[in-house]
Write a protein that binds this ligand. Structure first.
Ligand code: AFP
Length: 331
């Protein structure tokens, strides 16, 4: 018999692990994800594929589903009375909770649809979210209110839209997974306290950028490719799904190291992935599962954010491998 997400949250609330506001907010995220899931699974049939004809603050072309998912997420949490505001990859600035709704003690940041380049080819995509406490002092939140270190997160997770729709969550007491029952519309717990082995033989990186990498990454990936005959002394397999949610889910389910390093294509960008609503929530999950997540120099969760949409290099997953490539950056 599988435990429902509602029962899971109620037990956390009764145990005092989460409060009523956070429980309601997490229930709202699970509920809105079903709307996004519905759009994703019907694609062309409901006219949500293709581009929206607009760009986001990152200067990236927005897909229709990016914009639709963002609207679903905003409308799905703004009324909860649990948040003082929200921030999204798809919105230039934060959105304080509209006046007509009760303000709450939390902030939520999200990438409503991660892996947009996969939408039109029916490949895995997902929604990523990160929750921190709002500053008690300010009347109305600003972008600066969100600039908390990843270590400050009270909850983080993702919903992955793939053969199954799976919600993965941590509230700081390990990582649990819930599979959506498409017949009943309920998320049911299917994995409990997921852990990542410290060793692996599987890595994920976009090899097409190799000529742009810094020396430590060139050295490390060269050793992975050298396999048994190289210094690491074992053969490796490679995966690249082009959706961080899918890469992290694979690492949580069967181990591995995922990397999106800084590269020299655009020196102003210290990487492609965004700190606040991609790297931080994923790093929280990875650490809670016994893995490691760094930017090559320090733990991602210890980075002091300076801008809402700032980017960061990411090396996450199996402890032994992430520590190895991080050590190469230090030497
Ligand atoms: P999009 O949302 O623009 O597709 O980017 C997805 C992503 O931010 C992350 O989810 C992937 O791991 C990474 O970019 C893929 O980047 P490449 O397209 O350069 O391989």
């Amino acid at each position: 018999m599988f435990k429902s997400f509602k029962q899971y949250l109620t037990e956390l609330k009764c145990a005092g692990t989460i409060d009523a506001e956070l429980s309601l907010l997490l229930e709202a995220v699970a509920s809105l994800s079903k709307d996004i899931n519905d759009k994703v699974r019907h694609g062309e049939l409901v006219g949500v594929l293709g581009t929206a004809g607009t760009d986001n603050i990152q200067g990236e072309q927005q897909k229709k589903l990016d914009v639709i998912s963002n609207e679903i997420f905003v409308n799905g949490v703004q009324w909860t009375g649990s948040i003082a505001g929200m921030a999204s990859e798809e919105m230039d600035h934060c959105l304080p909770t509209p006046q007509q709704f009760q303000r709450g003690q939390y902030l939520i940041m999200f990438d409503p649809l991660d892996g947009s380049s996969n939408i039109d080819i029916n490949a895995p995509i997902g929604t990523i979210f990160s929750i921190t406490r709002a500053p008690a002092t300010v009347d109305e939140v600003t972008d600066e209110s969100f600039l908390n270190k990843g270590r400050e997160q009270v909850a983080a997770g993702y919903i992955m839209y793939s053969p199954q729709t799976i919600l993965t969550l941590t509230v700081g007491e390990g990582v649990d997974m819930f599979t959506l029952n498409n017949n009943t519309g309920e998320y049911l717990q299917t994995r409990s306290k997921v852990t990542i082995a410290p060793q692996t033989q599987e890595f994920a990186i976009n090899m097409s950028n190799q000529r742009h990498w810094e020396a430590p990454v060139q050295r490390y990936v060269g050793e992975l490719l050298a396999g048994k005959t190289g210094p690491i002394g074992k053969d490796f397999n490679m995966r690249w799904v082009a959706a961080m949610v899918a890469e992290v889910h694979r690492v949580l389910c069967r181990g591995g190291i995922f990397m999106y390093p800084k590269d020299n294509r655009d020196p102003s960008k210290p990487g492609k992935l965004r700190l606040m609503y991609e790297a931080n929530p994923m790093a929280f999950l990875i650490e809670q599962a016994g893995g490691v997540a760094t930017n090559g120099h320090e733990n991602i969760l210890d980075i002091q954010p300076e801008k809402l949409h700032q980017r960061v290099a990411v090396f996450l997953g199996a402890k032994e491998e992430v520590e190895r490539v991080t050590a190469y950056h230090k030497n």
